[in-house]
Design a protein around this ligand. Structure first.
Ligand code: C5P
Length: 237
């Protein structure tokens, strides 16, 4: 239904319309798939989504919803009207919350145009943080896989995870269950604050469906060239 082909998603981590539009003006013919996160959304509101969509980009709206099921359902119903291609929530909100989210995203005619992806554990959460700060005592990979299975059962389309986990997610949840993977760096580049990184090519061999790439493109001397390099390496074209 809403199966999309593998792609590179640029994380537009900017805090104003001016900055994001300046960035987008650097692309000529191409219309990259873009991720809009909380920073830009909270700064500019839903209008920025409409405007960027109007320019012909696919959009992953990364707002990571996490609230009681009824609130998430109603919020997803509102977001469904933006007709973005992908949005997400925290699996930690429970299976009930995820089911409610799917209901909310489904239009009155029964169709759903927006893929829904779950965040399992944030990559900033280490096993130590999870166990000692959050009192979740199981091993981190077990928690990630359990949350992924919950997401699948609730009818979601995939999870955000590390490319290093993509193969095992596919093994457990099937090939159609999407893996959206950040933490991408070109070979030899600075990892910055990312801990476990892979190159676009590694992500491809590990079975990622979408790579989310921020600074390696947004901070590049030539963003268009960096984007094209990602596409080449990830899609093997
Ligand atoms: O600049 P960089 O390539 O590190 O950006 C990665 C993007 O992916 C950022 O928008 C970041 O918030 C997001 N992300 C992440 N790790 C996750 C989930 C999202 O890096 N687990």
């Amino acid at each position: 239904e809403h199966i999309m082909s593998k792609d590179v998603i640029i994380a537009c981590d900017f805090s104003s319309k001016e900055e994001v539009m300046n960035f987008l003006d650097k692309f000529q013919e191409e219309k990259p798939f873009l991720k809009i996160g909380m920073e830009l959304f909270y700064a500019e509101g839903p209008e920025i989504v409409r405007e960027i969509k109007k320019r012909g980009h696919k959009i992953f709206l990364d707002l990571k919803l996490h609230d009681i099921p009824n609130t998430v359902k109603k919020s997803m119903a509102v977001l469904s009207r933006l007709d973005v291609d992908m949005c997400n929530l925290h699996a930690a909100g429970s299976s009930k919350m995820m089911e409610a989210a799917i209901e909310g995203l489904t239009k009155p005619d029964g169709t759903r145009n927006t893929m829904l992806i779950a965040v399992t554990q944030l990559t900033s959460t280490t096993e130590e943080v999870m166990q000692e700060d959050l009192l979740i005592e199981k091993p981190l990979p077990e928690v990630v896989m359990h949350y992924a299975a919950n997401a699948k059962k609730a009818g979601l389309d995939g999870v955000v995870c590390s490319p290093l986990e993509a193969a095992i997610v596919h093994e457990k949840c099937g090939d159609e269950f999407m893996t959206v993977t950040p933490g991408i760096r070109f070979a030899g580049a600075d990892a910055q604050d990312q801990k476990r990184i892979t190159t676009p090519e590694d992500a491809r061999t590990k079975g990622s469906d979408f790579i989310v790439v921020g600074r390696p493109i947004t901070k590049a001397e030539d963003p268009q060239a960096a984007y094209e390099r990602c596409i080449r390496e990830f899609l093997g074209e």
